[in-house]
Design a protein around this ligand. Structure first.
Ligand SMILES: [Zn+2]
Length: 281
């Protein structure tokens, strides 16, 4: 498919969904989970019915996850962005990928180390988490494009992990001082490795639960929120239809999506979740 004529798949339905389930509506519904318990306590003493049975549920995620917190370390940007009126034919700025830190019981996992200069990587990690480079014990790379592992060598003491074909591609570059190990299934009994082909055929994303939310760190399976809304692949996507299917898959799993080159954003919840909230007094 020609990148200058991107697929318009599901554009209307996706846009409609975004209009219908606004960010404000989602967070209004989310606060039911946070404040519902307080409201329920008060109401129980006066024998009034508590809020509905689903109100304590924040999202698709489990609350008993081993992931305790997560943070975006660098917010990425694309080298060219058609949603900003820029042509796909040439880059107009350096690309930086979104780099995410996932911390839990016994692990500190960094996804897609983004910055090629060690000092800059260390500064951003410290600025966003208070951690030092040596504090990271595992680094996961979503795919073999250089901007997603520019900073890998700054974490020599960490385990370097990627899905099998990605690890193979990285090791074949001969640019790394030690091999990237193969990872499949689940990391630290907390983070699922998901095949999300399309941008590259071997692309893999990560999914985990934290505090009741399901979060997908998508890598370039989702370029930015604008691309997500249209289920559109970036210009260098190898299979646009497969890319759209991977985004649909992520949409079925995630409350929050961390794209490859943008800040994290909301995946609109299911209609009944919002409808129940909208009907509250
Ligand atoms: Zn890429």
């Amino acid at each position: 498919m020609n990148s200058s004529n991107p697929p318009n798949r599901s554009r209307r339905s996706v846009d409609d969904r975004f209009r219908q389930y606004s960010r404000a509506a989602f967070f209004a519904s989310a606060t039911v989970g946070i404040f519902g318990a307080v409201a329920a306590t008060g109401r129980l003493s006066s024998a009034e019915p508590a809020v509905g049975p689903n109100s304590s549920s924040r999202g698709k995620g489990r609350k008993d996850s081993k992931v305790k917190r997560w943070d975006v370390i660098t917010i990425g940007n694309l080298s060219r962005n058609p949603y900003w009126g820029e042509s796909d034919s040439q880059g107009v700025r350096s690309a930086i990928c979104t780099c995410t830190l996932i911390q839990g019981e016994g692990f500190r996992l960094l996804v897609d180390p983004s910055l090629s200069e060690a000092e800059a990587m260390a500064r951003e990690l410290d600025r966003r988490s208070g951690l030092k480079l040596r504090d990271i014990d595992t680094v996961f790379v979503t795919h073999e494009h250089g901007d997603h592992w520019y900073g890998l060598a700054h974490f020599p003491e960490a385990r370097w992990l990627a899905a099998p074909e990605v690890a193979s591609a990285l090791n074949k570059t001969l640019k790394l001082p030690k091999p990237v190990e193969v990872a499949t299934g689940r990391l630290s009994d907390a983070v699922d490795i998901l095949p999300t082909p399309g941008h590259t055929l071997s692309h893999h994303s990560l999914r985990f639960d934290c505090d009741g939310w399901s979060i997908v760190v998508a890598g370039d399976a989702v370029a930015t929120q604008d691309f997500w809304r249209e289920r559109r692949g970036y210009f260098n996507c190898v299979d646009f239809d497969l890319s759209a299917k991977s985004m649909d898959k992520i949409a079925g799993l995630a409350d929050l999506v961390v794209p490859g080159h943008d800040n994290f954003f909301l995946n609109p919840p299911n209609p009944s979740f919002v409808k129940d909230t909208d009907s509250r007094p």
